[in-house]
Design a protein around this ligand. Structure first.
Ligand code: NDP
Length: 449
């Protein structure tokens, strides 16, 4: 990259920081993408002339709203709701809703920014957006969660539509929450507009495989990375952080492909089970009983629970961070490399810190960034929208085959793009550039809007 170019990109980054103070996660996500873009601007000077990078870093619309609700005892609570409609150059805004006490604008913007490139990589006509609230569903009754979702949707509905903006789930938003949100949308609009939300239940507009898609897709991506290195998942020891939607179906597909998962976690601690994680029990604890992962070791006496433990200390061939952002740092990455890890697939969004990513790339580990590796969830959401639009529902096998094809193609595209731009084997560069070029070309074509 010429020094003029790097100065220009540096100046754009400084401007992003100045315009979005205190939004550390957003700064981090922008920096990671900008660092890849030097060679793109050399090849496509029109992107500079049209100030595409400056425009892409500024969301099209940011909505922040009050969400009042009452708990079971009649006490009033006030939460804050967000929807950031980042970019609609290639399709309606699409991206999940996160309910977690840590949510603030900077988290939603980082997720929305990542999402727009990820959605472009899927090859489907979906733009990028993200939303959520600082509401904590943990410890709340079903009635409280329902009242919160109804209040949240009462405001959000005016910004949604199957051709406008289509949310889905994320941390803290699963099938139960999507049901309450969809019900309220339907009531307020008097429309059975199935395509306005994805992650719906089977039987009321949902798609088979959507629940499994992010985890399964991440494993397919790792399978492809290993295949490119003449290796495979069979017999590999794996560690998966988290015990939520993404982690559970990551473990399921790893097990189906002959790997052994020896540990998983939640925000309180880690569980290690050398003979292999009993996934039925994890599903029972997390999907049905909504309990802590510590209960796993109460029911399996040969498993170990370590409160506050660090899952990356456990030796493994394949690590799949699937909980939350910045959960794997430089020190953890060094430990994984030292312990013989050969592949890392990010099921979560931005779970590895920049220092951690550098360690993996320097050690020539097969590293699949979230933007590419976890794109299977939103890709299957787009398949759900296709089924809704055609009033059809596909079989599990047919939908899973489509997911597999999409992930295999995302791997091939990011691999080829990395090679074309002089960074062979670097999927971070490949994903950032391939996603960016698609969105940038559409923005140029649509004019200055
Ligand atoms: P869930 O809410 O189902 O599960 C989240 C898991 O991560 C839980 O085990 C939770 O533990 C743990 N976790 C959450 N926050 C923290 C934290 N601050 N520190 C430590 N552990 C934490 O969410 P998902 O599985 O849907 O999402 C996981 C990740 O995958 C997120 O980064 C999300 O953005 C990403 N993702 C999700 C997609 C989807 O389709 N659902 C699609 C693409 C990416 P606890 O229960 O103790 O809080």
């Amino acid at each position: 990259m010429s020094s003029v170019l790097s100065e220009r990109i540096e100046a754009i980054y400084r401007q992003v920081i100045a315009r979005n103070p205190g939004e550390d996660e957003f700064h981090q996500a922008v920096k990671e993408v900008l660092e890849s873009l030097g060679p793109v601007l050399v090849k496509y000077p029109e992107f500079s002339e049209q100030k595409i990078i400056e425009r892409i870093c500024e969301p099209e619309r940011q909505i922040i709203f009050r969400v009042p609700w009452q708990d079971d005892h009649g006490e009033v609570h006030i939460n804050r709701g967000f929807r950031v409609q980042f970019n609609s150059a290639i399709g309606p805004y699409k991206g999940g809703l996160r309910f977690h006490p840590s949510v603030y604008l900077g988290i939603i913007k980082f997720l929305g920014f990542e999402q727009l490139f990820k959605n472009a990589l899927t090859g489907m006509p979906i733009g990028g957006g993200k939303g959520g609230s600082d509401f904590d569903p943990k410890g709340k009754t079903d009635g409280e969660v329902m009242r919160f979702c109804q209040s949240f949707m009462t405001e959000l509905q005016r910004h949604l539509g199957e051709y406008v903006d289509v949310p889905a789930g994320d941390i803290g938003v699963g099938g139960r929450e999507i049901g309450y949100l969809f019900g309220q949308y339907k009531r307020l609009t008097n429309r059975y507009e199935s395509g306005v939300l994805t992650g719906k239940g089977i039987g009321w507009g949902g798609s088979l495989v959507r629940k499994e898609a992010t985890g399964y897709g991440a494993v397919y991506f790792v399978r492809e990375m290993l295949k490119a290195r003449k290796n495979g998942l069979e017999g590999k020891t794996c560690v998966v952080s988290g015990a939520g939607n993404v982690a559970i179906y990551t473990m399921e597909k790893l097990q189906q492909l002959g790997a052994k998962v020896v540990a998983c976690s939640d925000s309180q601690g880690i569980v290690i089970h050398e003979r292999g994680i009993d996934l039925d029990l994890v599903k029972q604890l997390k999907e049905v009983e909504r309990r802590r992962i510590s209960d796993y070791a109460v029911r399996h006496k040969d498993a170990r629970y370590i409160a506050g433990g660090n899952i990356w200390e456990i030796p493994c061939h394949v690590a799949m961070p699937s909980a939350t952002q910045n959960e794997l740092n430089g020190r953890d990455a060094k430990m994984l490399v030292r312990n013989g890890c050969i592949a890392v697939g990010e099921g979560a969004n931005m779970p590895t810190t920049p220092e951690g990513v550098r360690v993996f790339l320097d050690a020539n580990i097969a590293f699949g960034p979230g933007k590419a590796a976890n794109a299977g969830g939103v890709a299957t959401s787009a398949l759900e929208m296709q089924q809704n639009a055609s009033r059809d529902s596909w079989t599990f096998d047919y939908t899973e085959k489509k997911l597999d094809e999409i992930m295999t193609r995302i791997h091939a595209d990011t691999h080829a793009t990395a090679e074309e731009f002089g960074a062979p084997g670097n999927y971070v560069v490949g994903a950032n550039i391939a996603g960016f070029i698609k969105v940038a070309n559409a923005m140029v074509a649509l004019g200055l809007i």
